[in-house]
Design a protein around this ligand. Structure first.
Ligand SMILES: Nc1ncnc2c1ncn2[C@@H]1O[C@H](COP(=O)(O)OP(=O)(O)O)[C@@H](O)[C@H]1O
Ligand SMILES: O=C(O)C1=C[C@@H](OP(=O)(O)O)[C@@H](O)[C@H](O)C1
Ligand SMILES: [Mg+2]
Length: 241
């Protein structure tokens, strides 16, 4: 059995203020038969050396992982790598909408308008979630729909990829394929979207900062935050002697 260090009284562990908000005890939190239990923080592998990917797949069961967050947060690129790590199918809602419509997102917005895009987006996400478990990258506006949030809560674990304004702007400037940012002041538009959307994204199960580090490092952060959320912060309970 390998332990990472800290030895804490169970009752003194923080329950609500972890930066990942991944605080709810998960189904595999085991408690000894004595009431005077202590918790031992564990490494990325548990006592039988089970890799984090296998532990997560088991805890997820049939649930999918759904990535939400603003344009440029990394949902599409991090999501693909996350799925590969977990051996899950990856789907990008925007790509599926484009395939279903036979049009690009900018063309759908230009020809049919945003409300039609949103209706199509809701339908496509509903269909994809029924085909889980998978990793699903949503478009940045999808989680604003209540019906979509309810479906995600029923069949998936949601992850908010959160990034600073300047990080988002550096990333979205690479491609001009986001119709909502075709304004005179894209940064002001993004700031307005942050104000409206962040309180909604905050309903996600887990939040991970999409920092200026490699995609693979963000993937690792997501895996660890999910593990903490689903498996009780990577802790076990053992009976005190
Ligand atoms: N952690 C990261 N490090 C470097 N570049 C990133 C990172 N995350 C995202 N990017 C880049 O930012 C751009 C937008 O990422 P994308 O995954 O399309 O975001 P989203 O789907 O959330 O809009 C892409 O060019 C992507 O490679
Ligand atoms: O934030 C939004 O409303 C949108 C985000 C885009 O996806 P990404 O978040 O993957 O860029 C795409 O769905 C569309 O341009 C609208
Ligand atoms: Mg995307």
């Amino acid at each position: 059995m390998r332990f990472a260090g800290r030895l804490n009284r169970a009752k003194s562990l923080p329950q609500d203020d972890s930066p990942s908000r991944a605080t709810r005890p998960g189904p595999s939190g085991r408690r000894g038969r004595h009431t005077d239990a202590v918790q031992l923080s564990m490494n990325a592998e548990d006592e039988v050396g089970e890799p984090i990917e296998a532990r997560l797949r088991r805890a997820l069961g049939v649930r999918s992982i759904v990535l939400v967050g603003l344009m440029g947060a990394g949902k599409s690129t991090v999501g693909r790598r996350l799925a590969s790590r977990l051996g899950l199918i990856f789907k990008d809602a925007d790509h599926e909408i484009e395939a279903a419509a036979g049009l690009t997102i900018p063309d759908i917005f230009a020809i049919y308008g945003e409300p039609s895009f949103r209706d199509g987006e809701e339908r496509v996400i509903s269909r994809l979630l029924r085909a889980g478990p998978l990793v699903l990258a949503t478009g940045g506006g999808a989680y604003l729909r209540e019906a979509t949030r309810v479906r995600i809560a029923e069949s998936a674990v949601s992850v908010w990829l959160k990034a600073d304004l300047d990080v988002l702007m550096r990333r979205v400037r690479k491609r001009g394929n986001r119709p909502l940012l075709q304004t005179e002041d894209p940064e002001g538009t993004m700031r307005d979207l942050m104000a409206v959307r962040h309180p909604v994204y905050a309903a996600a199960d887990v939040m991970v900062i999409s920092r200026e580090v490699s995609h693979d490092r963000v993937v690792q952060d997501v895996l660890e935050a999910l593990d903490a959320h689903l498996n009780g912060e990577g802790t076990i309970h053992v009976a005190a002697q």
